[in-house]
Design a protein. Structure first.
Ligand code: MN
Length: 312
């Protein structure tokens, strides 16, 4: 949190940033809170995720020790909460698509705070029209590749199936799928990196990176993390990623590709300890730090170039 000694007000935005670091115009990152959990089938409560992430973000330092960088300098704008459409998930997906399309101008990275995972479909539809060379890196314990679930094609269990209809999709972290999904993966060749081993080191990255295009959207269901550090999700699954594994993976992708958008979904704060909301907030924070790497590289290089110009 940034503290302003002249004001007793805590701004309701990510990191509680002052106006000059959080207005839309100056911000490279736009966060869209989507408090929606209409199709969640096991444990509900993801509608409370966005507020829990924002509240937890007040306790994060603006300064990122790992990359020696004050993340608030990039400008982080948090929009008002997007109202759920009660007409049904298809209408909600359309509402998200329209909203993200408006926000995703070329100079902005858009991040969604979920909410159930279904919100990714609207976001990726919008991003794919903005970035024709888009691909999705999908982190989830589950395949989410069913064509329909509980009589709807627009559900948290069908998200990846809908996304691979829009643009190339690469899944990692999967450790629970149905036979229908296994057959789909085998027949369609959907790239899926199962999380059967604790070792995500270079061989995984070497095989994963060539499958991603230059512009990447990262979609995260927090159940990709191990329940020992992330119990506050709708559907826990043992044997998940550790904190260092997920941050290592995202950083390596960010160093080699341009991350143009992301979402962090399925936080159900009532289902786990408060630490989970903080972990979710810190993951959003790391996504901001890593996804703005290339922009900072550009500005660092332009500073170097301008300082190298002959004087006078
Ligand atoms: Mn999942």
């Amino acid at each position: 949190m940034s503290t302003d000694k002249n004001s007793p007000w805590i701004p309701l935005n990510f990191l509680a940033l002052p106006e000059e670091k959080s207005n839309l115009k100056n911000s490279r990152v736009v966060l869209l809170p989507v408090p929606y959990d209409s199709t969640t089938s096991y444990r509900t409560g993801a509608r409370d995720g966005p507020m829990a992430i924002l509240r937890a973000s007040y306790n994060l330092e603006d300064y990122d020790h790992e990359l020696d960088f004050d993340v608030s300098q990039v400008g982080i704008h948090t929009t008002p909460f997007l109202e759920p459409h009660m007409g049904g998930p298809r209408q909600m997906v359309e509402r998200i698509e329209e909203t993200v399309h408006t926000l995703a101008t070329p100079d902005k990275i858009v991040g969604l705070l979920g909410g159930e995972h279904t919100i990714s479909v609207g976001a990726v539809k919008a991003m794919a029209t903005r970035y024709p060379d888009l691909s999705v890196l999908y982190l989830d314990a589950h395949g989410d590749l069913r064509d329909q679930y509980m009589d709807t094609p627009w559900s948290h269990a069908t998200v990846a199936r809908r996304l691979q209809e829009i643009c190339p999709l690469v899944q990692i972290g999967v450790r629970s799928i149905s036979q229908e999904e296994r057959d789909f993966i085998r027949q369609k060749g959907t790239p899926t990196f199962f999380w059967d081993s604790d070792d995500p080191e270079l061989p995984v990255l070497d095989r994963l990176l060539p499958l991603l295009t230059q512009e990447v959207y990262i979609s995260i269901d927090l159940d990709v993390l191990d329940p020992s550090i992330m119990a506050a999700v709708g559907t826990t699954e043992p044997g998940g990623m550790s904190w260092s594994q997920i941050t290592w993976l995202i950083r390596k992708v960010a160093e080699r590709r341009r991350i143009v958008g992301f979402d962090v979904t399925e936080l159900s704060p009532g289902e786990g300890p408060t630490a989970c909301s903080y972990t979710a907030a810190k993951l959003v924070y790391k996504l901001i730090v890593y996804s703005t790497l290339w922009q900072r590289k550009d500005s660092a290089e332009s500073v170097l170039r301008s300082s190298a110009l002959p004087q006078g």
